[in-house]
Design a protein around this ligand. Structure first.
Ligand code: LMR
Length: 337
């Protein structure tokens, strides 16, 4: 081998050594993950995000830092999905109602009024193959679907009790940006006003809207109780979340880091799900003690009358979403044994 040959071999060997030395450093590089959401820290989603942050800090020895931005501090629900796609944040947990307007209309099934009787039915859908397929569908909209979490069932607040369809007449009620939720309020006799979550309080305070639908923990922690005289426990619809990530960020992770984050998230989501029912119960207790707020329960016939009034929403949904989709979800809701 001539002088040039030796120099080349030496150069290659040195290069290989440098690469070997650099790889563990690359795999162990510090990482920042910004997790933005729109609700208060002391809600099921807020507590889940903080739990995820703690688990990731512990397991990565502080190398992977999760920064949590609650309360629409960084982005509201009108711009957070765009921020995620652009890489301005790495993770979000929007409500399922928000994905329909981003082109994944199958998610609108979760908004159908009176579809789910309990969280077990929802989980059979979200935790099974149907839920998995929906998460995968988010890839077409430049999001990585990472998992689901419950908040609970929505109730409706206003300046009067809402015990029958006639009580909804003339009311302007805030809803999320979902065609199904707009149709639902119309079917009940009210006018739906689509507003970002973070603007709901102000809209109620300024009488831009007369009422809103939400879970008890959101109602309480957004400070809506002092602005409304009546809260009717309608349990008419489900509110849950899909955690999504920025695809370029997920693809840039080492396998070990991706696994660490997925495992921490799975545990945080379980923690959030366990907490959701408890925070719902605690919120109801606190709201029952709130002076000036009347809480109304529906009798079974009153609830049945609201359900009947909301039925036309189903026909509209079936016309606008892939045929057979609702039947498939209904089958997935059933226990398998
Ligand atoms: C809403 O806009 O009412 C909810 O999606 C807020 C949330 O994220 O729980």
């Amino acid at each position: 081998m001539g002088g040039r040959g030796w120099r080349r071999t030496l150069g290659l060997a040195l290069g290989a050594l440098l690469l070997a030395a650099a790889f563990p450093l690359l795999a162990a590089r510090p990482l920042l993950l910004r997790f933005s959401h729109v609700v208060a820290p002391d809600t099921p989603k807020g507590r889940m995000a903080r739990h995820f942050q703690e688990l990731v800090a512990q397991r990565s020895g502080g190398r992977i830092r999760v920064e949590v931005y609650p309360d629409s501090q960084l982005y509201g629900d009108e711009d957070e999905i765009e921020a995620l796609r652009l890489g301005a944040v790495e993770m979000l947990a929007p409500s399922l109602s928000k994905f329909g307007s981003f082109g994944v209309t199958e998610f609108e099934v979760f908004d159908l009024p009176f579809l789910f009787d309990d969280l077990e039915q929802v989980r059979r859908v979200t935790q099974g193959p149907v839920g998995q397929r929906l998460l995968e569908r988010l890839a077409r909209q430049q999001m990585v679907g990472l998992g689901y979490m419950d908040n609970g069932f929505k109730q409706i607040s206003a300046g009067r009790a809402l015990l029958q369809p006639a009580d909804f007449q003339g009311l302007r009620l805030r809803v999320q940006a979902s065609r199904v939720l707009v149709a639902q309020m119309r079917a009940l006799g009210a006018q739906a006003v689509v507003l970002p979550f973070g603007e709901t309080r102000q809209a109620l305070a300024g009488a831009v809207v007369d009422g809103a639908e939400n879970t008890l923990s959101n109602f309480l922690t957004q400070g809506l109780a002092p602005l409304q005289s009546d809260l009717t426990l309608t349990r008419h619809g489900y509110l849950g979340y899909a955690v999504v990530g920025n695809p370029r960020f997920w693809a840039s992770l080492s396998d070990a880091d991706r696994q660490l984050l997925r495992q921490a998230l799975a545990e945080a989501l379980e923690f959030g799900n366990r907490l959701a029912a408890e925070l719902d119960r605690q919120a109801l207790e606190r709201l029952r003690r709130t002076a000036g707020l009347r809480i109304h329960e529906l009798t079974p016939p009153q609830r049945a009358a609201l359900r009947t009034a909301a039925e036309p929403v189903y026909a509209g949904f079936e016309r606008s979403v892939a045929r057979g989709w609702l039947d498939e979800v209904r089958r997935a809701m059933q226990p398998t044994d």
